[in-house]
Design a protein around this ligand. Structure first.
Ligand code: AMP
Ligand code: MG
Length: 347
């Protein structure tokens, strides 16, 4: 898709969208491309010089593709792939960005008591959500994979890393998209753009100027009604990410099996339908959305409350009913669009 100049209007394409009044007539230069298995949109708002804006957006996409290259375990030139291949054998030198990302991932793993764990690779390979599975793996295979999943077996030094057991595999799927959004955003800010949005399939980073201040809304996808939204809130600057059980799943004997796995059991985490996290950068939001999803609504919101700058909204489902709750500051700004959704947790 090419880049184009158009008038800002409500766009309902991704899990989280930003819409302004169609009458706002704010010019945008934007481009959408398929990267990291999802649609990324990079947009610059206001009066910008079109040629340099398009060059900046192209550079932002190069940045995103570079992250995909080193962070995806399957891409041939990936650093993560090298780490996985050397698991149980040797320590590997890692680039500065991977070093930073792994240290961050390790902090979230520790703070969430392993609910977030980038060593889930053996489990995610077994479930194979990339290949559209139709049935869960057998429980003996899950138990075997689980023995290789433990963030405490990932050793990190200064620009060095080691997976202690042979067969261990990193999967950065729960954090790398957020990281790519942040890197693209930083590049655009460095080039002097002040009114910016980077959207990685619903994981967002935004900065506003007086032109757009007060006009943006983040829309939270309805976890059970595709194309609908369960809530929205005004948002000017910062980051948002959502994890949902509707993103990659299959139904087997009437039960939903989805891609966010509980590293304690090896099975999909059951307590949430979606988690949206608001915070200072998309990397943290992405990681914590997955962590809170696994921790469940009660413990998840308790932890979110303790982390400065982080807010969260959790949607859960029980007996055909949807429940929602959020940290105070977010709850105060949230407009719930499904009148049947109840505030609180299922018993
Ligand atoms: P997200 O959509 O950000 O919640 O990330 C989900 C992806 O992260 C999955 O497709 C897996 O690749 C990986 N993943 C699944 N469960 C976990 C977990 N408990 N901790 C870390 N990564 C996970
Ligand atoms: Mg995530």
């Amino acid at each position: 898709m090419g880049s184009r100049l158009r008038v800002l209007a409500t766009v309902l394409s991704t899990a989280l969208t930003i819409g302004c009044s169609p009458r706002a007539r704010i010019p945008i230069v934007e481009q959408t491309q398929m990267v990291m298995g999802t649609f990324f949109t990079v947009a610059l708002y206001g009066k910008v010089q079109p040629d340099s804006a398009e060059r900046a957006i192209a550079a932002a996409f190069d940045t995103i593709r570079a992250v995909e290259m080193w962070a995806s375990a399957s891409s041939p030139r990936s650093e993560v792939r090298v780490l996985n291949l050397r698991a149980g054998r040797d320590t590997v030198d890692v680039s500065a960005p991977l070093d930073r990302l792994l240290h961050l991932a390790q902090k979230v793993a520790q703070a969430s008591d392993g609910a977030f764990d980038v060593t889930v690779g053996p489990l995610t390979s077994l479930w194979g959500f990339e290949d559209s599975p139709t049935a869960p793996p057998d429980s003996a295979a899950i138990r075997a994979a689980l023995r290789l999943v433990d963030y405490r077996d990932m050793w990190l030094g200064r620009r060095r890393a080691f997976l202690r057991k042979p067969g261990m595999q990193l999967d950065l799927g729960a954090i790398a998209k957020g990281w790519a959004v942040d890197r693209a955003f930083a590049l655009l800010r460095q080039r002097g753009y002040g009114d910016v949005m980077v959207d990685g399939g619903g994981d967002l980073r935004v900065a506003s100027t007086s032109l757009t201040a007060g006009k943006r809304r983040v829309w939270i996808r309805h976890p059970r009604r595709p194309g609908n939204y369960i809530g929205r809130f005004p948002y000017d600057s910062g980051a948002v990410a959502t994890s949902g059980d509707y993103e990659r799943y299959f139904l087997y004997e009437g039960v939903r099996f989805h891609h966010i796995l509980d590293p304690r059991s090896g099975w999909p985490a059951r307590a949430c339908a979606s988690v949206t996290v608001v915070g200072p950068n998309t990397t943290l939001c992405d990681a914590w959305a997955t962590a809170i999803f696994v921790l469940g609504p009660r413990r998840g919101l308790e932890i979110a409350d303790q982390i400065p700058g982080l807010e969260a909204m959790v949607v859960s489902e029980a007996n055909g009913r949807l429940y929602w709750d959020a940290t105070e500051a977010l709850a105060a700004r949230l407009e719930i669009l499904d009148p049947a959704a109840v505030r609180g947790f299922p018993e």
